[in-house]
Design a protein around this ligand. Structure first.
Ligand SMILES: Nc1ncnc2c1ncn2[C@@H]1O[C@H](COP(=O)(O)OS(=O)(=O)O)[C@@H](OP(=O)(O)O)[C@H]1O
Length: 366
């Protein structure tokens, strides 16, 4: 594909038509009002990075928290948006920091034509990531000698409604604003999924990150480089340690609400892929990966590169290890040109630093 590495700006509009779907899926207007519900341990920092980059590039305004989240784990309240009350009638384009979703409050802050997105991850790999990352925060994890012990007998360590214990059980359900300790019933799970489908226009899957980016780009009518990312917030010490099928089943049972949620949106995700076209998807994923590779080679020191993660259409669970986390940090190549340095710095900028920067831009005096 001779155009694989091209930036959109380098492609003449007439050529775009010839290139087909990747460069010009249809005559569309890029969406600039986007609400991203940032769920936990789901590649959400990687998505946040691309949203901040897009916002910065197009001078968009963000509904920002006073710190780095909207008073999490409490339900979102418009009062936790910096400046919302004293800047009466403030219009925001984007909102993307951690929160516990609360639809009416979010809708009171965001414009009516906002495009709502969120991201889920397979509950087995999510639980493992959460156990490692939140080991000292979630009481249930803190009191478990090991992940295996926790899986074998979660009720020994888990007290419902203890602050931060939601990180140990059905945390996606919690982040989406529902009761993560509720008994599973098909009827109520179906009605929650229906409610989420009514609110959110697209639910991405971390396990199929690249496919998610292709669909997101299509839905938002954005350019290729807008959705090319480096992996953020990844562990450096992730040695693979497989869980047995029985342990995986136990985790799915323990997180029955999240498992139902994941299965439901996994189904609709692949229906979307079907409509998009499987061959078209494969082609566009390849283009995305080639561009990421190109940008990694340009931007990152070799030893700072994130590990390659294999993603294939048929594969679900990413099996992992236990232990305590150290996070991967990207390091820029030296001697980049000024413009490349700017581009690369944006791509590696972490959540806190980027949030501070956007806050400074929007509130220069505070
Ligand atoms: N591109 C891409 N594809 C797949 N997975 C990815 C990607 N980017 C980040 N990650 C993984 O997401 C985990 C971090 O998630 P978050 O950024 O949501 O964490 S946080 O809740 O904001 O702390 C963390 O998972 P674990 O490494 O398993 O802990 C990251 O490795």
């Amino acid at each position: 594909n001779w155009w694989a590495g091209m930036r959109d700006s380098e492609v003449h509009p007439l050529q775009r038509r010839k290139l087909g779907s990747w460069h010009s899926p249809r005559l569309c207007t890029p969406k600039t009002n986007v609400m991203f519900l940032k769920t936990h341990k789901t590649a959400s920092c990687t998505i946040l990075n691309l949203l901040y980059r897009f916002g910065e590039k197009h001078n968009l305004t963000f509904a920002l928290p006073k710190g780095y989240h909207f008073d999490y784990p409490n339900f979102f309240n418009s009062r936790s948006v910096k400046g919302f009350w004293w800047q009466n009638g403030q219009h925001y384009n984007m909102m993307s920091s951690h929160m516990r979703f609360n639809r009416p409050e979010v809708q009171s802050v965001m414009p009516a034509d906002t495009f709502y997105i969120s991201i889920l991850r397979h509950p087995v790999s999510l639980a493992e990531s959460s156990f490692n990352y939140f080991h000292f925060l979630a009481p249930a994890f803190k009191h478990s000698p090991s992940f295996e012990d926790f899986i074998a007998n979660p009720w020994k360590y888990y007290i419902p409604y203890l602050r931060f214990n939601h990180l140990a059980r059905n945390m996606l359900w919690f982040d989406l604003g529902f009761d993560h300790n509720a008994e599973f019933s098909l009827q109520s799970a179906q009605s929650v999924v229906a409610e989420i489908q009514q609110t959110f226009h697209f639910i991405l899957l971390a396990d199929y990150f690249d496919q998610s980016m292709v669909l997101l780009r299509d839905a938002l009518c954005w350019s290729l480089d807008d959705v090319v990312t480096f992996r953020h917030n990844a562990r450096t010490n992730a040695k693979p340690k497989c869980l047995s099928p029985a342990q995986e089943e136990q985790l799915k049972k323990w997180n029955a609400l999240d498992w139902y949620l994941y299965q439901s949106f996994n189904k609709t995700f692949w229906e979307k892929v079907e409509r998009f076209g499987k061959r078209r998807m494969d082609k566009e994923v390849a283009i995305l990966q080639a561009r990421r590779e190109e940008l990694q080679n340009l931007c990152l020191l070799k030893e700072g590169k994130p590990p390659k993660v294999k993603q294939s259409l048929g594969q679900g669970v990413q099996r992992c290890q236990t232990g305590y986390v150290t996070m991967m940090k990207h390091t820029l190549n030296s001697n980049l040109s000024i413009s490349d340095k700017e581009l690369c710095s944006r791509m590696i900028r972490e959540e806190y630093e980027y949030t501070d920067l956007m806050r400074k831009k929007q509130f220069p005096k505070t």
